[in-house]
Design a protein around this ligand. Structure first.
Ligand code: ZN
Length: 341
């Protein structure tokens, strides 16, 4: 599932908003399938609970490629732009050096078996941790935020109904067949009219979804990038399981996701489907799960970038990483290298 549809929300842009803002928002307008504004909501919620020292670092103005200071802080780029980077890279079909790839696969959709997903989740998480840590240590805090945004995006997608079924097509099909009498299998309520594809019920309009984890104390995920990456892979699975658990509850039981969302105008000419307050409340519950993990990821990356000697043998060799970064831009070299590992 890679089809990307650009969506402009009615009312999102008004006449008083200038072209510069339009360009800013266009960068992170959206996929048709999952979270749109929820990405910035979740990233912002995670950012707000970070220790003051990290907040200070990412509150500095972003230095533009021309050397001038942007009017926006690094945090705003992280929240509103870089945490949308995997969607933008996919829609432009371009490679982004701040995102993790294995061959052609981008760290974004986990559509493989649970075991394979776990391996990919872990390898990518380790790569992100190492690159964020190296960037912090070299004083490139904007680069650190850029890696962190792409990393966060993939974790955030796991709490979104349609992406929670990535890798679980059979489970989703069984569910749609089970509740076929509610319209889940109708061709006009299926993606591109194909009943074997996703039912439109999983596509949600998230514009009213608000996320807060105020009071949450982010936790270190591990004392080395390797250990933290294992923990990220475990939590990523837990979030996907949690989202699917809520999504699969009996629609005949009041208050369940399907019960509530089936009362909404959940299908129509676009894949942009209305959600009433009860559905939104459930989406917020799902979104919070990924906000906790993203908060933990930001904190862990920052903590691990502390004095190198405290990390012992896991000290990041930044020169090696710089070489690796160059190699990744050469896909042939990178694939050969990953295969030989
Ligand atoms: Zn995405």
């Amino acid at each position: 599932m890679t089809r990307i549809v650009r969506i402009r929300r009615p009312g999102a842009l008004t006449f008083v908003v200038g072209l510069a803002t339009a360009a800013w928002t266009a960068e992170f307008s959206a996929t048709a399938f999952g979270w749109i504004s929820a990405h910035s909501e979740i990233s912002r919620a995670a950012w707000k609970v970070q220790p003051q020292a990290l907040q200070d670092l990412w509150s500095k103005p972003f230095r533009l490629p021309n050397g001038k200071e942007s009017s926006r802080p690094i945090s705003e780029y992280l929240i509103s732009r870089w945490s949308g980077a995997p969607d933008s890279a996919a829609s432009r079909k371009s490679r982004d050096e701040f995102l993790y790839y294995e061959g052609d696969w981008l760290y974004h959709y986990f559509v493989f078996s649970p075991e394979e997903n776990r391996g990919r989740a872990e390898r990518g998480a380790r790569w992100y941790f190492e690159h964020i840590i190296a960037a912090f240590r070299e004083g490139r805090s904007a680069d650190a935020a850029r890696y962190a945004g792409g990393f966060a995006h993939a974790l955030e997608d796991r709490s979104c109904p349609v992406h929670a079924y990535d890798g679980y097509a059979q489970e989703r099909e069984l569910l749609e067949t089970k509740y076929a009498d509610r319209g889940l299998q109708d061709s006009d309520k299926s993606f591109r009219g194909d009943v074997r594809s996703y039912s439109a019920v999983w596509f949600v309009d998230d514009q009213d979804v608000k996320v807060s984890i105020a009071g949450y104390q982010p936790k270190p995920l591990g004392d080395t990038p390797e250990k933290a990456a294992i923990e990220v892979a475990r939590r990523l699975q837990t979030i996907s399981d949690y989202t699917r658990k809520i999504c699969s509850q009996d629609p005949n039981v009041p208050g369940t996701f399907l019960n509530e969302h089936l009362k909404d105008k959940w299908y129509g000419p676009s894949y942009f489907h209305q959600c009433g307050p009860a559905t939104v409340a459930l989406l917020e519950k799902m979104a919070r799960q990924s906000a906790y993990l993203v908060a933990d990821v930001f904190l862990t990356s920052y903590r691990l970038s502390g004095p190198a000697k405290s990390l012992g043998r896991n000290r990041i060799e930044s020169r090696e990483l710089a070489v690796e970064r160059r190699e990744r831009l050469d896909p042939v070299k990178y694939v050969l290298k990953t295969r030989s590992e």
